[in-house]
Structures are given as structure tokens and as C-alpha cells.
Design a protein around this ligand. Structure first.
Ligand code: ZN
Length: 448
């Protein structure tokens, strides 16, 4: 299946080019050539992946915004556990389909799903240990989302080895049951397009014993872990191991370009620099980290070490790529009391943020993507040059305005590995996906 896009402006691996024809063949960019044909799109960009999500949490968005006394991450988690008791496999698939539709409409071409809901309520395994992983895979098939599935190993309630309780039992695996889950997950994605990837995710230093982290890290493919998100977590790891979380992780596994460290909010400058030099991606979730009150990462340490970063939507409280990037930049401005802190001298913040997120997510999700270049997956997004925020702009100013002055409403078309699934700002299957999504949200919100 081939398609030719004629772009008035395109951000290619060689920078901005005007009036180019981009040929897509077999899901990849085949050629980029000058063209004098009338443009079919105004502004063509690489579409980044969203490197971190827990799909089912989309249904909880906005439900945890009341002050409950000592309100923090842990009170949020209490609501999540109540909510979990009500979720069926059908719910998981419907929510994931609705969420992926929203992500594609926001300009993401791929998703790293950090999938940790494995068991039935109460913790009983399903007959198929990969039942819920298969539901995530089915949602990717329904929506055309490029999927990197990251089944999560979650074994204990804390570093003292205490058992999982309540809603956490739906996450539980042993190393043996996890091996069966991985086999089932591989089968579940076998029917999906060949840009689909399978990785692995030890949940956190709290939830997986040290020796099991080392063993699961020996599996092939991308490896993701939550690390140093909360100060309470830093204290718990320090108390039990004598090391801070990122240093402890680095003592257990070889950090490499296959690793993505989700959050790493409370990494020290030295720890962040070491992980960046090892090639690991900093997996930032700016809206969720703001919503949970986590803290602000020291991005200067990542950048000075030449590190990569990418964006994830984590709790999925908002699905907005532009807002994620803006929130990241604004947190750094507030922390440093400076404007444009991530851009180098003479560079654009928008370009720095957008291009960085494309490259970091491509690495984190093991997708040959991140730039518009021959041979890369055709993960592409077209913006409407007539959107009020973008009218009259060219080059990097388009990215500055898209992120700081506009929103995802300028997204017109999205291709995931050449699958043209958003047209005219709407997902091609929205009329089929949205009604079930809305019905499920309404029903679940009565229990929360
Ligand atoms: Zn997460």
C-alpha cells in the first residue's frame, strides 16, 4: 500500500524543506523529493511515540482532584485500587481503544504500554495468563496505533518483601507466571503489523526483588522501569539498600540504550548524567508528574551528558502532546527562573522539545522512526497551517507556536507506520470506537 504526501513544509532529517513529495511504501518512508504539485498537507512533522501509559487509568481521569487531608500520590493510588475491582477484560479493551484513538488524534503515532493489569479481581489468574495483554493488542489492531507492549513484572508490596494486598493483587506475577505471560503476550501481538514490538518492564525497585530485576533484564527488547518518582520511594530504597534508587538500579543491571527510566524525577545530577552517558532514555511524564506533585527533574544534567528524553502520558489524566511538551518546558522555566532553558544558544524551544521527544521515544519503543528519512517508519503528523496559532509561520516558529500558543487542534492527519488513521482531525474509526468508550466511562464512574 503506497501513498504520496505533498507537503508545503516538512521537517526532515535534513531540516526544514519546502514543497516536497514523501513517498510511503510498506509502512516506511521510501523517498523525499522536490515537487511542484499542489500540496496535500501544509506542515508535515515526524510523529513521536508516547513512551509510557497505563491505559485503564484513562477512565479515572479527573476523579482524584478533591483535597482529602494528607493528599498525595498515595491517596491517588487508593482510588485506583477501588476502581480496579470493577474493571472487566471488555472494559480494558474499550478504554484502551478509546485512549489510543485520542492519542492518535493528538499526534502520537505509537505507544509504549506499561501493562501491569494481569489478573481478575482478587488476583485470580485468567485462563489465558495474557488475557488482558491480548486486549491491549486488540485495541492497537482496532485503532492502528503502533504498539510497543511492555508486560510488567510486579511481585511484592514493598522492599521489605510484603505481600500484595487489595487491588494490587490484579498486578501480581511470580517469575514463573510472568514467563507464561510473556509467551501469551508474544502470541497476542503476532497478528499485528510488523512495527509492533515486545519489551519488558520490571515495575519498580519496590515491586520486584533485586535478583528478579536482574533476571528479567536479560530478556531481549526494550526495558522500562519506574524509578525515583517519589521522595518516599527514594527514602525507602535508601533505607533498605544503602543506595539511592538510580544508583541501586545501576548496580543491578547494565544501563544501556535499551533502558528507559520512567520519571527519574529525583535522580541526582550525577545519577542522571551517568544514565544518560550509558544511553538510557529519560522517560518524562510532565502532566502526570505535575498532577501528582512529584517534583521537577534536573534536565540540565540530562542535556549536559547528551542524554535522550521522551514523553509519556502515564496516568492519562490528559491526552495532549503539545501540553506535555509545554509543561516540561514551563517546569524547567519555573525551577530555573529563566526563559527557553532547554534550547541551546540561538535555538528554538519548540524544535528542541519536539525533536528530542521524537528521537527519545523512537529509541525507547525500538521503532526505526524519530525523523522523516528514507527507510524510517512513516510515523507522520500533518498540522493545519490555517490554524490561528500557526497562520503565517514557517520553520521552527511553527513548532514554537504549536507547543506554546496552540494545542493539538491543529493536528489534521496522522500516519502510524504508514497507516493513515487520522484524517481531517478525526480518527477514521471514531464513530465506531467513541460510543462504546463513552458508555464504559459512564458506567465505571458510578463506582469510583
Ligand atoms: Zn507509570
Amino acid at each position: 500500500m503506497s501513498e504520496i504526501i505533498i507537503a508545503a513544509q516538512a521537517l526532515t532529517e535534513d531540516g526544514w524543506r519546502n514543497n516536497v513529495a514523501i513517498t510511503i511504501e510498506g509502512g516506511r518512508v521510501e523517498a523525499i523529493e522536490p515537487s511542484d504539485a499542489p500540496p496535500t498537507v501544509d506542515i508535515l512533522l515526524p510523529a513521536p511515540g508516547n513512551l509510557h501509559s497505563h491505559a485503564f487509568q484513562r477512565a479515572m481521569a479527573g476523579l482524584t482532584e478533591q483535597q482529602t487531608g494528607n493528599d498525595n500520590f498515595w491517596s491517588w493510588r487508593a482510588l485506583m485500587y477501588r476502581f480496579l475491582e470493577a474493571l472487566t477484560p471488555d472494559d480494558v479493551e474499550v478504554i484502551a481503544s478509546g485512549l489510543m484513538m485520542e492519542m492518535l488524534e493528538a499526534g502520537y503515532a505509537a505507544l509504549g504500554e506499561f501493562h501491569y493489569l494481569h489478573n481478575a479481581p482478587g488476583g485470580t489468574p485468567y485462563d489465558n495468563p495474557a488475557e488482558l495483554a491480548a486486549r491491549i493488542a486488540a485495541a492497537a489492531g482496532t485503532t492502528g496505533m503502533g504498539l510497543t507492549l511492555l508486560p510488567v513484572l510486579y511481585m511484592q508490596g514493598g522492599l521489605d518483601g510484603r505481600a500484595l494486598e487489595g487491588g494490587q493483587r490484579r498486578f501480581a506475577s511470580t517469575e514463573d507466571s510472568f514467563a507464561a505471560l510473556m509467551e501469551g503476550a508474544a502470541q497476542a501481538i503476532a497478528g499485528l503489523p510488523d512495527d509492533t514490538r515486545l519489551g519488558v518492564a520490571p515495575h519498580s525497585l519496590r515491586a520486584v526483588p533485586a535478583d528478579a530485576i536482574a533476571r528479567v533484564a536479560a530478556r531481549p527488547g526494550p526495558k522500562h522501569i519506574h524509578v525515583a518518582e517519589q521522595t518516599a520511594e527514594v527514602e525507602e530504597v535508601l533505607a533498605h539498600t544503602g543506595a539511592r534508587p538510580m544508583a541501586h538500579l545501576a548496580s543491578l543491571v547494565d544501563l544501556s540504550p535499551e533502558w528507559t527510566l520512567i520519571h527519574c524525577t529525583h535522580g541526582t545530577a550525577a545519577e542522571l548524567g551517568e544514565a544518560a552517558r550509558a544511553g538510557a532514555v529519560a522517560g518524562l511524564c510532565p502532566i502526570t508528574e505535575s498532577n501528582l506533585g512529584d517534583g521537577i527533574i534536573e534536565m540540565a544534567a540530562v542535556q549536559e551528558a547528551g542524554g535522550r528524553f521522551g514523553i509519556g502520558s502515564d496516568s492519562n489524566v490528559r491526552i495532549s502532546l503539545a501540553e506535555e511538551l509545554r509543561t516540561l518546558d514551563y517546569s524547567q522555566r519555573l525551577a530555573r527562573r529563566a526563559r527557553n532553558p532547554l534550547a541551546g544558544p540561538g535555538q528554538s524551544s519548540g524544535r528542541t522539545l519536539y525533536q528530542g521527544a521524537c528521537l527519545g521515544a523512537a529509541q525507547a519503543l525500538a521503532r526505526g522512526a524519530g525523523t522523516i528519512a528514507p527507510g524510517n517508519l512513516a510515523d507522520l503528523v500533518a498540522l493545519d497551517g490555517a490554524a490561528p496559532s500557526l497562520a503565517g509561520l514557517t520553520g521552527d516558529r511553527v513548532l514554537d507556536a504549536h507547543i506554546f500558543a496552540g494545542d493539538d487542534g491543529a493536528v489534521r492527519d496522522v500516519w502510524s507506520a504508514g497507516r493513515h488513521v487520522v484524517r481531517g482531525g478525526r480518527h477514521v474509526a471514531r464513530d465506531r470506537i467513541a460510543p462504546a468508550f463513552m458508555a464504559t466511562l459512564r458506567r465505571l464512574r458510578t463506582v469510583a
